[in-house]
Design a protein around this ligand. Structure first.
Ligand code: ADP
Length: 546
């Protein structure tokens, strides 16, 4: 990579003097004299000239290199003298790495860095479409992305943001932000919210809060591995590791250490509070420090990986389902029988029967781990995207058991969702991005809680579990009432968004009076609480993947 070493005879004062002189005396491109590569000491000749304002014209590569290498410092000042095409030229010549554009151009030119990178990648690609594509580039605060959220940035991907609800959670009414491209999802969740509100809303209990990390450590023998395990499990060992772990953050309080052996390999599952952060960074730092302390006691051990999958992060695992990870939330609501009948167009009995046969027995038949629900991932992921959570953690965060039973003598529906692994934060990660912060702000939980660290993140988990319940109730009701299949048959896919070439090969609903009748019934199922817009009504309800 290029280094910015200025020849010893060339001072900043020289550059300033030349710039000042040039401003008054010289037109931009004509009088530039490239550095004399034959000069004996390699220094710049007196005739060097650095124009203050970039030219529209693309100057020869040598001239651009000279400005880049010998112009004013910091290097961003030199690059400000070059136009985009000239910088592209430098990058193509190997003088500038595309990934380092932000660093070189400086904080004042972040959008420019993105634009130039986009051009570079576009022109090197086979389609060459990126540069002029519809992917947005402007009006984005790239300073929040840099060094935190993404590398090699070429723009951003907007996702439609809808609001479901409001939904009453623990006595507070929340608008539910959902970023999704799945038609009917927000409308369906809204219908569930309204049904839940009709019964007084959702009550939640937070049963656990702890992020986990599970390193893998090798020992020369199973005996030594066993000794280490016994020491960690002892009061003394636990205390040593805890002190080391907690020295890394005031928010990290070690809650437990679970150890297991597989041959000579020792796994330790650290569980810690993480305040309002989702906490993967925080727990990784703490774990590293604790392993340093362990290494002092057992110098023969070898840390194979800070994550030995005993955590388990972003992969399905029974340990998460059983022990929990992140926030463990149980949410409950009672939905009055008349609401089930008039709003959800089904019965308490039918809903309970379907819940047992589908969410419990069906998932058991399928050998599911934590998948005892209809579509928890749909609602959870949409809220994750809206609020800046790590979407890959929907794997374990969406684990959910939905329960339904008749209550009040069979009149009403008692419903709960049980979600042991909601991994969320309101500081760090994607929560630093302005639009995502806007959603957190709307919920009143942006950033760190001022007096009770962790409360904002916990509230977000409670809101998510409650919104999941709304989604479960609405979809299960639609299924119980048979609306989904009818609507699927009736509406099929949105005609508006279907590419012209894919003409329907089966008769449309209008041609079939029976299906047309079913279509009206499907619309009626939504209409009492959530009127569907014309475009929504033509969107296939079956797109709620369940
Ligand atoms: P994560 O651990 O989820 O990846 P980050 O490391 O990006 O999150 O963000 C956590 C950082 O935010 C830590 O450095 C921590 O000291 C700081 N912080 C400030 N206030 C809080 C809070 N209330 N809870 C957790 N972390 C906080």
């Amino acid at each position: 990579m290029h280094t910015f070493v200025r020849p010893s005879t060339f001072t900043l004062e020289d550059v300033d003097r030349k710039l000042k002189a040039a401003k008054f005396a010289l037109p931009t491109t004509q009088q530039f004299t490239p550095p004399d590569s034959s000069s004996e000491d390699g220094s710049s000749p007196e005739t060097d000239y650095f124009p203050e304002i970039p030219s529209d014209e693309v100057r020869p590569l040598e001239q651009c290199i000279a400005i880049f290498e010998k112009g004013p410092r910091p290097v961003s000042a030199s690059l400000a003298l070059l136009n985009d095409e000239e910088i592209i030229q430098l990058a193509n010549a190997g003088k500038i790495a595309a990934y380092a554009l932000e660093k070189l151009l400086g904080m004042d030119a972040l959008e420019r860095a993105v634009r130039i990178r986009r051009a570079l990648i576009s022109r090197a690609s086979s389609t060459k479409t990126l540069e002029s594509s519809t992917i947005p580039l402007e009006n984005y605060d790239y300073s929040r992305v840099l060094g935190a959220c993404c590398e090699n940035v070429v723009g951003y991907i907007p996702i439609p943001l809808g609001i479901a609800g409001p939904l009453t959670v623990d006595g507070v009414s929340y608008p539910i932000p959902m970023a999704t491209a799945e038609g009917t999802l927000v409308a369906s969740a809204s219908r569930g919210c309204k049904a839940l509100n009709a019964g007084g809303g959702v009550s939640t209990v937070l049963t656990a809060d702890g992020m986990t990390r599970g390193p893998a450590i090798d020992f020369p023998s199973v005996v030594q591995a066993g000794k280490a395990k016994a020491w960690i499990d002892s009061e003394e060992g636990h205390g040593v590791l805890q002190r080391a772990f907690e020295s890394t953050s005031r928010f990290a309080k070690l809650k437990s250490l679970k150890t297991a052996l597989a041959g000579r390999t020792l796994y330790i599952r650290f569980t810690t509070t993480t305040g309002d952060a989702m906490g993967m960074n925080m727990i990784s730092k703490g774990t590293e420090k604790a392993l340093d302390a362990l290494q002092k006691r057992f110098p023969e051990m070898v840390v194979l990986a800070l994550s030995g999958n005993y955590c388990t992060d972003k992969k399905p695992a029974a340990i998460n389902w059983i022990e929990g990870r992140g926030k463990s939330v149980v949410a409950e609501a009672v939905i009055p029988g008349h609401v089930v009948k008039n709003v959800l167009k089904t019965t308490v009995e039918d809903l309970c029967n379907l819940n047992i046969k589908k969410n419990l027995i069906g998932s058991a038949m399928a050998g599911s781990i934590g998948g005892f629900n209809a579509h928890a991932a749909n609602i959870l992921t949409a809220i994750f995207l809206a609020t800046g959570q790590d979407p890959a953690q929907n794997v374990e965060s969406s684990m959910c058991m939905t329960l339904m039973e008749p209550t009040n003598g069979g009149e009403d529906l008692l419903m709960s969702v049980n979600m042991p692994c909601i991994e969320v934060g309101t500081v760090g990660g994607g929560t630093v991005l302005a639009p995502q912060q806007g959603c957190l702000e709307m919920l009143g939980i942006k950033g760190a809680h001022p007096t009770q660290p962790g409360k904002n993140a916990q509230t977000l988990a409670r809101i998510i579990a409650s919104a999941v319940m709304a989604g479960e109730l609405s979809l299960m009701s639609a299924l119980a009432a048979g609306h989904l299949i009818r609507a699927h048959m009736t509406h099929n896919r949105s005609q508006v968004n279907t590419p012209a070439a894919s003409a329907p090969v089966t008769p449309g609903p209008q041609s079939n009076p029976v299906l047309a009748q079913l279509s009206r019934s499907a619309k009626a199922a939504f209409s009492p609480l959530t009127p569907l817009s014309p475009s929504m009504s033509s969107t296939s309800l079956n797109r709620l993947r369940k």
